[in-house]
Design a protein around this ligand. Structure first.
Ligand SMILES: C[S@@+](CC[C@H](N)C(=O)[O-])C[C@H]1O[C@@H](n2cnc3c(N)ncnc32)[C@H](O)[C@@H]1O
Length: 304
């Protein structure tokens, strides 16, 4: 669809890929009203990662509100915003960021369509609470007439060949042959050390997570915008499917990484974990390290 793709540094409707080095509010100020179809991002969580200055929660919310307000202005009337967040941790006490950000969106007139739970199995091991193994994607639309394409993101049925056994439809498939709705609990590995997509950035999106949002909430040629671009994953997911991608990133090192990865995507050499690949199961894979010592104990049905 887009020939001779190249990376531009400023927004223009004649471009298809834009990576802006600098503050997202500055980039947003150059984007016309109602021109973006999908805005998807994972903002800083204010937990002291290397790219963020830890702020008082009120100040953080104020900053997020300014970005969200500009995003809503530039969102198309049929468009969607997906804000992916985890917890803010204050002296061991957690504050789920989606709960504090939710009122900002609804006060701007947006409607929530899903609160998607993204479950992954790797992360820090906590000793004073259960280890965090999910984050959320809060999905809002600007109107009731929003783009939602379910067919490209259907997943295999649990019982794919199941048929009606009586009644007027007897013998016909009882489920959609294209697959089922993926639901609002998504089990997708996060990008940790052994992940094929891992770079030096501490918290990258897996490409497959964003591909599902792009395919269901946009059409070919639409703009996908990520105000906190990091390593460029949202643009990569967009251009893989003939959408246009734009994003801002303040840290020059991450801008370089994003550009490298986008160039690799254009050249067809970027390694990614494919959408819908089942999660690695160590037992099915025959990994002997998963055999617990007590399973070898003979004649023992209970641990003492
Ligand atoms: C959670 S990371 C996003 C990672 C990204 N989803 C990816 O797949 O690589 C947030 C990013 O926002 C960047 N950032 C922080 N404040 C920013 C701002 N005001 N404008 C643009 N980028 C910003 C940080 O440097 C960081 O790379």
């Amino acid at each position: 669809m887009f020939n001779n793709q190249h990376i531009s540094e400023e927004f223009s409707n004649t471009e298809s890929i834009v990576v802006y080095q600098g503050d997202c509010l500055r980039l947003l100020s150059t984007i016309p009203d109602e021109s973006l179809q999908l805005i998807v991002t994972s903002p800083p969580y204010n937990i002291g990662k290397e790219y963020e200055k830890r702020l008082k929660l009120e100040k953080y919310i104020e900053q997020q509100a300014a970005v969200i307000g500009e995003c809503v202005r530039s969102l198309s009337p049929r468009g969607s915003i997906c804000w992916q967040v985890g917890n803010y941790v204050d002296n061991g006490s957690i504050i789920p960021l989606d709960t504090v950000l939710y009122p900002i969106f609804t006060k701007l007139g947006l409607k929530m369509r899903n609160r998607i739970i993204w479950h992954f199995e790797h992360g820090l091991h906590c000793s004073r609470r259960f280890s965090g193994r999910y984050e959320t994607i809060i999905w809002f639309t600007k109107s009731d007439n929003y783009v939602f394409n379910l067919d490209p993101v259907r997943v295999p049925q649990k019982y794919p060949g199941k048929k009606y056994f009586k009644g007027p439809n007897a013998g016909k498939h009882s489920c959609n042959p294209l697959g089922k709705n993926p639901g609002d609990l998504w089990v997708i590995p996060n990008v940790k050390s052994n992940h094929v997509e891992k770079t030096d950035h501490p918290c990258q999106f897996p490409v497959e997570l964003i591909e599902r949002l792009v395919l269901s909430m946009t059409n070919e040629g639409d703009w996908v915008f990520d105000p906190f671009l990091g390593t460029g994953t949202s643009i990569i997911a967009a251009i893989r499917h003939n959408r246009r991608g734009i994003g801002a990133e303040v840290v020059p090192r991450y801008v370089r990484l994003a550009k490298e990865r986008i160039e690799q995507q254009i050249a067809g050499t970027l390694k990614t974990r494919p959408m819908n690949r089942p999660v690695y199961d160590p037992i099915l894979a025959g990994n002997s390290l998963t055999v617990a010592p007590w399973t070898k104990k003979e004649n023992s049905e209970q641990l003492f």
